[in-house]
Design a protein around this ligand. Structure first.
Ligand SMILES: Cc1cc2nc3c(=O)[nH]c(=O)nc-3n(C[C@H](O)[C@H](O)[C@H](O)COP(=O)(O)O)c2cc1C
Length: 380
């Protein structure tokens, strides 16, 4: 275990009917960067493991042709949830479902029916999430927001329409988070949307309006225990961390994807315009260099995955499902590698349990699941 001195224990986090022994949520990372292996490893450490549901089928046996895409996604999601549960029988496993995806409703319904304990949902306001998740009222529902206005509107709407409140909310700071960012390019890097400003507002709102019944979880730029303690001092009850878990043996992307992070320099963290109409934070690859030079990149829509898509509708930008899938497979000539602002802090591969030991200062609860070193036996 890394020498952390005597770290005070982190408080457990209750989300609806579930209590996380460690208040760390692993952020959903599509396409297939966080699938069953990473989610189960995080769940086995007492955190919340999240399978990103977007385009799961692309590397699965269920997908052969574009017309199979949506049906195959459902089957691939059932597989991932089953495998995660096999690897972590007692841990908490959830999913990330994006509103901006055409099979959003199917992804939520399938997740809830196949044992996801938590649904985290962003990339748009998940106004109808309670309806799609109604088949299991025990499933905790956690919207992602980037402002107090969005949080307040959503909580009021859910209460009025469904007589329920979000079981927690994730605030995602567009100035530091990875993937699609919840603000326009023009407003990026303005303090208005930063953790320092919005997190205390949300914490106070939850306390005053809802008696702390909606715990606020913060996401974006959380790397070490200092960051976690700071987030808690601003009112967070939990943290969602994504980029930190990429260079782990358990992360579901290919090694070449992880190597891009280990090799990254600060100037490699860039902002790209996604076909979803939002800016996205990514790492420079051959693909992004070509894109920025205006050279031809893959534009053939392989999945019709987004509800609104500049690639499909206007033949602009690029096919995001293809680019994210290529990256996950380790093909950087065609791959888009999403990242948080902390990408350059990766120096080597680690195990998820090592990261948890570092962050909590506690011995990993999963030690008994790992193969034990074999003693050297010398033959007589
Ligand atoms: C590779 C990658 C893929 C991501 N994919 C998704 C996704 O599918 N859905 C989503 O809501 N957020 C996605 N995110 C955002 C993360 O879940 C998380 O909230 C954010 O990256 C937190 O910041 P951090 O990476 O600095 O910890 C992604 C982030 C990364 C780095």
């Amino acid at each position: 275990m890394a020498d952390q001195g005597q770290l005070p224990p982190l408080p457990p986090l209750t989300i609806g009917e579930y209590t996380l022994p460690v208040p760390i949520i692993q952020g959903g990372m599509g396409v297939r960067v966080s699938a069953h292996n990473l989610a189960a490893a995080v769940a086995n450490e007492g955190g919340l493991g999240i399978i990103a549901t977007v385009a799961l089928s692309l590397a699965s046996k269920h997908y052969k042709k574009a017309k199979d895409y949506f049906r195959a996604n459902v089957k691939a999601l059932v597989d991932e949830l089953t495998w995660a549960r096999e690897k972590s029988p007692n841990g908490l496993i959830g999913v990330n479902c994006m509103v901006a995806i055409r099979d959003y409703e199917d992804m939520v319904r399938t997740s809830v029916e196949h044992g996801a304990q938590v649904v985290i949902s962003g990339a748009g306001l998940p106004l109808r999430l309670p309806e799609y998740a109604a088949s299991n009222p025990k499933t905790a529902l956690v919207p992602i927001v980037s402002s107090l206005r969005a949080a307040s509107l959503l909580a009021k709407r859910w209460h009025k329409t469904y007589k329920r409140l979000p079981d927690a909310m994730v605030f995602e700071d567009p100035n530091t988070a990875g993937g699609h960012l919840g603000t326009s390019r023009e407003k990026l890097f303005t303090p208005e949307y930063s953790t320092e400003v919005v997190l205390p507002q949300l914490a106070e709102w939850s306390r005053k309006e809802y008696n702390d019944e909606i715990p606020i979880i913060t996401a974006g730029g959380i790397w070490d225990r200092k960051d976690i303690d700071h987030a808690f001092s601003l009112g967070a009850k939990g943290v969602q961390m994504a980029s930190r878990f990429i260079c782990t043996h358990e992360c579901d992307a290919m090694d070449a994807f992880k190597q891009v992070f280990i090799d990254a320099k600060p100037s490699d963290v860039i902002i790209v315009d996604s076909p979803a109409g939002l800016p996205g934070r990514a790492l420079k690859t051959t693909f992004t260099t070509d894109l920025m030079r205006g050279e031809e990149v893959a534009k053939k829509c392989i999945a019709t995955c987004l509800t609104e898509c500049r690639c499909r509708e206007e033949e602009e930008t690029f096919c995001i499902a293809y680019a994210l899938h290529q990256a996950q497979q380790g093909n950087m000539d065609h791959g888009l590698v999403f990242t948080g602002s902390n990408a350059v802090r990766h120096t080597h591969m680690m195990h998820v349990w090592e990261i948890f030991e570092e962050l909590t200062g506690q011995k990993s609860p999963s030690a008994h699941l790992r193969p034990q070193p074999v003693d050297n036996v010398t033959e007589a």
